[in-house]
Design a protein around this ligand. Sequence first.
Ligand code: HPA
Length: 282
Amino acid sequence: MFNTETITLSQIDETTAFIRGRISGSPKIAIVLGSGLGGLADAVEDAESIPYNEIPHWPTSTVLGHQGRLVNGKLEGRPALIMQGRAHYYEGYSMAQVTLPVRVFQRMGIETLIVTNAAGAVNPQFEAGDLMLITDHLNLIGMAGANPLRGPNLDTFGPRFPDMSRVYDRELQQLARQAAAEAGVLLREGVYICLAGPSFETPADLRFLRAIGADAVGMSTVPEVTIARHGGTRVLGISGMSNKANLDGNTITTHDEVLAAGRLLVPKMIRVIRGVLRQAGI
Ligand code: HPA
């Protein structure tokens, strides 16, 4: 059977060649849209889109709220390649499959990756509907062994033991703060923690996550960002709080709630991302 635990450079290049043949231009920015946030791709001008299931080796999302297509076009006049939906580890994909899109972006010459996600607010000061600039992350899933860099190192991209001391680009963080301020959008800041999912957390899980320094919890982003940094791609990460974490055990979290909050979050996310793209330096 086809080994999906590791992805080879020739598979990455096969996917890269396919996408290059289907889109025009050479975008330098890629944007990943998380659960319920796909609406942002509707703001793209001159859009060309490719359904994920047509792209060789590309993981297709099975989750409600993830449209599953790659959209190439312009946002604020800047060429951008947008993933409308992403695949997750909990769907049964390997870490190599989940992060293949980022490797392909790197081969295509993408220099900046903007990642978004829907997350649970672990910081008690955060409310559903808030945006959070990711200033750092806790790679709990990676610490537990599921790191996307496990396996033979792809030296073409980066070293065996890559530095992770400044994962989220400081200049891009500053651009996001400015963009949010100009758009009148409250932008919280904090640490995102990635769990495998798909079950939501118990109140005891959440008290643990809070104690170790997490402000928001989700089931994505960190694997993609780890691969991005390994290959030298600059990263900006923004989480949308879809629900308050159930620290006291008195409320329940549902995927419908996550999707409903996404509809509230999209207009804010669009304003901040548009503002970032409008500025020089990206
Ligand atoms: N926990 C984990 N992942 C999530 C949550 C949550 O509460 N909300 C959205 N994604």
